[in-house]
Ligand binder design. Structure first.
Ligand code: AVI
Length: 321
């Protein structure tokens, strides 16, 4: 198998796509949703009426800011506040503001895979929040956590918000918590956002919105594969199907082939789809509080407290290493 391009991201993208489409159950990695168009569509998802997650976590960060800040400070100062996948920091900015108002001694270290995001945060946050000490780190989460440990020996407080942990299957989420613990020292703290199990109709609607934005978000990955890897998907020949299983808490998205069809990618044999064959695109796992407590315990963390919204649909849980 020869990748069509030489740079390492493209090579990895190509290899992941070919391996996923050649697997007995076809699948693609949801991390590739986020090209420029995918970023725009995700913004629209977060603003659409059915997608409750963003509003719930925003309510937590705006209505319980002082309580969150007090817990964060309670472990001692100075500390490094590290945010994994910081994005535009629209929720964490409320916490940062409160910490500054309380004159807490901390440095904010946003970590993001996107250099553009880090440059934007480094440039804009010190203007919006005078006095903020910030050092953005561009790269993979755990590599950058390692780097953060070399920059200071201050206590670490790690934020991993937005229910991003839900985009990992349960086993991978457990492994992620264990790896997170491995990179921290006793006394370090984490705050992780989990979407809770709730009425199945509410969850399904969030991933099957009436305007078809989530459908476009999924189909956009096929368009990206066409553009960047030279494939020939006809997006009109795939149907978006979202499903939620209230027993397991797994919310999954699929693209279902509307007919038997062949897809071509450079330097690999034709990929055949039967009619009704599907590609598994994404998991957005929902949890109970007991499951979340189990993650903490099995990973060597102690649960300290949690913050939930007024509907009790979403929780930001705080653990200490
Ligand atoms: C980024 N992540 C937490 C979103 C979620 O809810 O799983 C991605 C998403 N996929 C479809 N809608 C939103």
């Amino acid at each position: 198998m020869k990748p069509p391009r030489t740079d390492s991201f493209k090579t990895q993208f190509y290899e992941d796509v070919v391996a996923g489409l050649r697997a007995s159950t076809k699948h693609l990695d949801a991390k590739y949703f986020y090209d420029a168009e995918g970023d725009k569509l995700f913004q629209q998802i977060m603003n659409c009426k059915e997608y409750y997650l963003t509003n719930c976590e925003m309510e937590i960060f705006t209505h319980q800011t002082k309580a969150i800040a007090d817990v964060v400070i309670s472990g001692g100062q100075p500390f490094d506040l590290i945010e994994l996948g910081a994005g535009d920091a629209t929720k964490s900015i409320h916490l940062l503001k409160n910490l500054l108002a309380q004159k807490a001694d901390f440095t904010y270290l946003p970590i993001d895979i996107s250099g553009h995001v880090i440059a934007m945060l480094n440039a804009t946050l010190p203007v919006t929040l005078p006095g903020l000490k910030i050092q953005g780190l561009q790269g993979e989460y755990f590599q950058m956590l390692k780097k953060a440990a070399t920059l200071s020996n201050h206590r670490k407080v790690v934020l991993f918000m937005g229910a991003n942990i839900g985009n990992m299957p349960v086993k991978d989420a457990q492994a992620f918590c264990e790896e997170l613990r491995y990179h921290l020292n006793p006394g370090d703290m984490v705050l992780i956002g989990f979407d809770l199990k709730k009425n199945p109709e509410t969850i399904l609607a969030a991933y099957n919105d009436s305007q078809g934005i989530t459908k476009a978000f999924n189909l956009n990955l096929l368009t990206r594969i066409n553009r960047e890897l030279g494939a020939d998907f006809n997006v009109d020949q795939f149907h978006h199907y979202a499903t939620y299983d209230p027993e397991t808490g797994a919310c999954k998205s699929y693209l279902v082939s509307l007919k038997q069809q062949d897809i071509h990618l450079p330097d690999t044999e034709v990929i055949r789809f039967d009619k009704d064959e599907y590609i598994w695109m994404e998991i957005s796992q929902k949890y109970t509080r007991e499951q979340i407590a189990g993650f903490a315990k099995r990973s060597g963390f102690r649960s300290v407290t949690d913050f939930s919204d007024s509907k009790d649909w979403f929780v930001d849980t705080v653990w200490v290493a």
